[in-house]
Design a protein around this ligand. Structure first.
Ligand code: PDD
Length: 285
């Protein structure tokens, strides 16, 4: 059966889910998105994703066309209509379609809200066992990476370079330090057992999975330091991993072809993955 998408108030077959060529998401990347995981038919850490959505739209002065409560209802309805068990819900809100291509905000134009779902076995993904290779690329993005904007061209190019190199992610580098992955947060475990991930700020997206993993680690008395790290430090680390809604916690076993730690996902990575999956299942709505 064909997937069902949501477009501005209607549930429609995915192939019929369309927006105008004048939509500002299409013309200017004038929009915000969120991706929430679905486990056993329930939304994972969704309050955190919706809080970030509210913050992102506020930062670009875009008014949501629906309340946050209603958005969650639509997400759930879409999961139900698609009989989605494991995967994700994608949602995007743009500043809508005006009658022409004016850069400044249009007046009295209703924002566009679209959603669709995709299947993915995040918990059982083979890469959880093998880990992934990453490559490094310069971080060429704009200066407000804390906003989850749909302007993802730099990440498209970074992740394409990774794919061509047989790697699962690209780590972006600015001033000699890792900012984050193309679509994930970056972590290392130092030789003295400190979990290091870059501090939030305008240089990175405040990852929802990152936030939960940091809190879960701290609750277990694991040492966490939020600061920038270099590739040399990552190559000298015991372990490295990434986090995101679409992979949860995922081991990084090589950077630019050089082995990290044992060359396999490390024990702390495996443990944090288990802890996160447990948290995700226990708190999903
Ligand atoms: N990306 N950093 C960037 C640049 C991201 O695009 C993402 C998520 C993350 C991790 O955030 P979270 O833990 O909230 O998913 C960090 C989503 C999954 C995507 O673009 O598909």
């Amino acid at each position: 059966m064909e997937q069902i998408a949501y477009v501005n108030g209607s549930y429609v077959p995915l192939s019929e889910a369309k927006v105008s060529v004048l939509d500002r998401g299409f013309l200017f990347a004038d929009g915000i998105y969120e991706v929430a995981a679905v486990l056993d038919g329930k939304l994972v850490d969704n309050a955190s994703h919706l809080a970030r959505l509210e913050r992102s739209v506020g930062e670009i002065r875009l008014e949501l066309p629906e309340t946050i409560a209603r958005i969650q209802e639509i997400q759930k309805e879409l999961v139900a209509r698609n009989n989605l068990v494991n995967g994700m819900v994608y949602l995007e809100v743009t500043r809508g379609a005006d009658t022409g291509r004016d850069f400044a905000f249009p007046k009295s134009v209703r924002p566009t809200l679209v959603m669709f779902t995709a299947k993915k076995d995040i918990v059982g993904a083979p890469s959880a066992k093998t880990g992934i290779n990453v490559i490094t690329v310069p971080d060429i993005r704009w200066e407000r990476r804390d906003i989850k904007s749909v302007a993802l061209l730099a990440q498209v190019l970074a992740k394409q370079a990774a794919a061509e190199a047989g790697a699962g992610e690209a780590w972006m580098i600015q001033d000699g330090k890792v900012t984050e992955g193309g679509s994930s947060s970056a972590f290392i475990l130092t030789q003295d057992d400190v979990i290091v991930t870059r501090q939030n700020g305008s240089e990175i997206l405040p990852g929802c999975t990152r936030k939960a993993v940091v809190a879960l680690a701290e609750e277990r008395q694991l040492r966490v330091e939020e600061r920038a790290f270099s590739i040399d430090e990552a190559l000298a680390a015991k372990e490295a991993f990434i986090t995101s809604a679409t992979v949860f916690v995922q081991g990084v076993v090589a950077i630019d072809g050089k082995k990290v730690g044992s060359g396999k996902p490390g024990p702390l990575t495996d443990r944090l993955r288990e802890i996160y999956v447990e948290f995700a299942k226990a708190t999903a709505v």
